[in-house]
Design a protein around this ligand. Structure first.
Ligand SMILES: *Cc1c(COP(=O)(O)O)cnc(C)c1O
Length: 227
């Protein structure tokens, strides 16, 4: 596991972009064992775990023990898993509809919790991608402002699957622009711009990412048959 090496690449990308701010490092731990996660947790450069399935995260949290890291939900959330998600996670990064936002807010209220959230945006236009369409973003952001048990901290996206660096950069730039507009619209600071994965995090940092989500590069190829 080469977390420090990845962290070095994050720092270099920030420097090349002339940025003085930071980019948080999410270790994407879906399909990984608790042992692999505990090994990752030892690296002080890692800030969060990212899980994409509620059930898997629940099973792991039960046996994990104390964790210095906060756990983020980065995968699509179905309404019927919302309660579990609010109980388990420190942030839900995949809010992609008004219905889901309303439901998570209600449940957070019932549990006496203020839930940090990100809005996930489909910046690539790929039909297979989750996230709200750009045209519908502003309505969702406005709605979240009225929900007192949600704390909107920023935006998240998954880049397009393509070899074209230009297309990837354009998708990330569009998320940054959306976030700038949303800052004006909502008056919130929206510090989180979660974009960039193993294959494209350096491009994302150049386009302003403040949070990268790295799985494969940290843990190796995923084996979905294990879970
Ligand atoms: C799996 C996943 C990642 C990590 O992808 P890698 O290419 O393995 O780094 C990041 N973000 C989301 C939403 C994911 O589902």
């Amino acid at each position: 596991m080469n977390a420090d090496e990845i962290y070095g690449r994050i720092q270099n990308a920030l420097e090349r972009a002339g940025r003085k701010d930071k980019t948080a490092f999410v270790a994407v731990s879906k399909t990984r064992t608790v042992e692999e996660m505990q090994e990752a947790e030892k690296f002080s450069c890692i800030d969060f775990f990212g899980e994409n399935r509620v059930q898997e995260a629940e099973a792991k949290r039960k046996i994990y023990g104390a964790s210095r890291l906060r756990w983020r939900l980065i995968g699509h959330l179905q309404g019927n898993k919302a309660r579990k998600a609010v109980e388990l996670f420190d942030s839900i990064d995949s809010i992609d509809s008004v219905d889901l936002a309303v439901r998570v807010d209600r449940i957070a209220g019932e549990l006496g919790k203020v839930m940090p959230v990100l809005i996930e945006v489909n910046t690539s236009g790929e039909a297979s991608k989750s996230g709200i369409d750009r045209e519908d973003f502003s309505e969702l952001a406005d709605k979240i402002l009225t929900l007192s048990n949600l704390r909107l901290e920023g935006l998240m996206t998954v880049g397009p699957i393509t070899d074209s660096e230009r297309e990837i950069a354009a998708a990330f730039a569009s998320l940054r622009e959306l976030s700038e507009q949303a800052r004006v619209q909502t008056g919130l600071t929206l510090p989180v711009l979660s974009m960039g994965m193993s294959g494209d995090f350096e491009i994302a940092i150049r386009e302003g990412s403040t949070m990268v989500r790295i799985g494969t590069l940290l843990f190796g190829q995923r084996d979905y048959t294990k879970h």
